[in-house]
Design a protein around this ligand. Structure first.
Ligand SMILES: NC(=O)c1ccc[n+]([C@@H]2O[C@H](COP(=O)([O-])OP(=O)(O)OC[C@H]3O[C@@H](n4cnc5c(N)ncnc54)[C@H](O)[C@@H]3O)[C@@H](O)[C@H]2O)c1
Ligand SMILES: [Zn+2]
Length: 353
């Protein structure tokens, strides 16, 4: 088993172990000895695959288990689903000492975390991420949210989980494209600040992912501990995301998040080289890396459209935008840039003029 200890406003452990799902109950019960009931939250896909195993494990540890299942997909990450979940918690009679167990990808995790942070002004949330993205990114760090019609993640809180359990065996049922999406975030950590991770990624980790997942979680932990509430250093986690969000929007979300981030990282690296801010080996290395993990590398949109879409994003501050740019292999930095220079930067990074 790999364990990563997180010391944010609340301290907790992220445990990563093949085949750990059936031991979920004893882990939750030992963390929360006063809990009598658990609300097991999942989406329909994950509930069908792993709901029974998780429910049995919780029941055998002495908890009364209620289930809340909603249709899979980002379209469910809404205030409406959140409200239905609040009502389910109240109808089941969950008390302050009970807990939510979030079994699923980032959608389940974000929604469950928000519900747990707000129901009765806060009950415990235990995260059991089942996608690679959720294991290495969304389940750790305490950002919770739902989407509004005006944009993604516009309503949420910072609220840390009480614990996280990753069973990499569940990744075997992930559709390949969703697995590849998670790989983009894994690769991202390497270029942000972990040259050793880049070396580990030279060979595929699909057969034995525990060490790579643990390394990514430790990277996320370090950034979160330095800047839990996202006022500075945490922005480093956005490598590839300024361009990536623009590409997702322009494609009307037909290009997935991970694919868009992959293209966005390469744009950032090439743009940084063109501006003399990065060593030229980085984009060459990155191109090979992304292709090894079946991720796209070409930007299908023009630089002006990209800049316009990127600036519609909520992360814009005044007349400046902060970009995350690679500096050398395994190191990225925050670089403020006037918004008027963004189209030029994307063009230098390889977006069509
Ligand atoms: N809180 C954060 O810090 C943070 C960080 C990054 C992303 N996010 C959020 O995470 C969400 C994306 O997460 P995601 O990519 O996990 O999406 P997701 O939760 O929608 O899962 C993707 C798909 O995979 C299916 N699935 C999940 N686990 C499976 C398994 N083991 N086998 C088969 N199918 C499985 C799901 O049913 C879904 O259809 C977004 O809403 C994003 O905003 C949050
Ligand atoms: Zn991302």
């Amino acid at each position: 088993m790999e364990t990563v200890a997180v010391k944010a406003s609340k301290a907790y452990q992220v445990e990563i172990e093949n085949g750990a799902l059936p031991t979920l109950g004893t882990r939750v019960a030992s963390l929360l000895p006063r809990a009598r009931q658990a609300m097991l939250v999942s989406d329909s896909t994950v509930a069908a695959l792993y709901g029974e195993t998780a429910e049995r494990a919780l029941r055998e540890a002495g908890l009364r288990v209620h289930r809340f299942t909603f249709p899979s997909g980002e379209a469910s990450k809404t205030p409406e689903t959140l409200c239905t979940l609040w009502n389910a918690l109240a109808e089941a009679g969950l008390s302050r000492t009970d807990c939510i167990v979030a079994l699923g990808g980032g959608v389940v995790g974000d929604l469950s975390g928000f519900a747990a942070a707000t129901y009765l002004r806060g009950i415990a949330c235990y995260q059991v991420p089942t996608t690679l993205l959720a294991m290495v990114d969304s389940s750790v760090g305490g950002k919770t949210a739902v989407d509004l019609p005006a944009g993604k993640n516009l309503c949420g809180t910072f609220s840390q989980p009480v614990g996280v359990l990753c069973d990499p065996l569940v990744l075997k049922t992930l559709p390949f494209r969703i697995y590849a999406d998670g790989c983009a975030e894994v690769i991202k950590y390497g270029y942000i600040g972990d040259p050793t991770l880049l070396q580990m990624l030279e060979t595929s980790f699909i057969e034995a992912p525990e060490k790579v997942i643990a390394r990514c979680v430790a990277n996320k932990r370090d950034v979160v501990e330095a800047d839990e509430h996202d006022n500075g250093a945490r922005q480093l986690l956005n490598l590839g995301h300024t361009g990536g969000h623009a590409i997702e929007r322009l494609s009307d979300f037909s290009i997935s998040h991970g694919e868009a981030v992959a293209i966005g990282m390469l744009l950032a690296a090439k743009g940084a080289v063109a501006k003399g801010l990065c060593t030229p080996d980085v984009p060459t290395h990155m191109e090979k890396m992304l292709q090894r993990y079946s991720l796209p590398i070409r930007c299908p949109y023009g630089a002006d459209a990209m800049a316009e879409a990127a600036l519609a994003d909520k992360k814009r501050r005044g007349g400046e935008i902060t970009l995350v740019l690679p500096k050398k292999l395994g190191e990225s930095v925050l670089v403020p840039m006037p918004v008027t220079a963004l189209a030029d930067f994307f063009a230098a990074g390889g977006a069509k003029a």
